[in-house]
Design a protein around this ligand. Structure first.
Ligand SMILES: [Mg+2]
Length: 105
């Protein structure tokens, strides 16, 4: 069975850490603090924003950092990301039912 996107990416991130001897730094607390730091970097791009949107390349870069640390944290914390997200969306669909379609839609 083919790996899903989160698993394939986590495998690549794990290999990246292992081949640099960084796994010993990847405890849940450190990864979570790194994740929070990256969310801060993303937020900074929108801080004091005027009419100008932030640079798209920088937004892309920071979102990548956020997702990388979230995926790495999830793996170390023993969370199956694909299952967790699917289950959460399922619960949200039950909790917040879709609006009825208007006639003609
Ligand atoms: Mg960053």
């Amino acid at each position: 069975m083919a790996l899903n996107w989160p698993e394939a990416t986590q495998r690549r991130l794990r290999a990246f850490a292992e081949t640099r001897d960084w796994v010993r730094y990847h405890d849940p607390r450190s990864l979570l603090l790194a994740l929070v730091g990256e969310v801060g970097e993303l937020a900074e791009l929108y801080q004091w924003q005027t009419d100008e949107p932030p640079d798209q390349a920088r937004v892309q870069d920071e979102i990548a950092d956020v997702l990388i640390y979230a995926l790495r944290f999830a793996e170390v914390a023993g969370v199956d990301v694909a299952a967790a997200v699917a289950e959460k969306i399922d619960r949200n669909e039950q909790r917040f039912p879709a609006l009825p379609l208007e006639e003609g839609q």
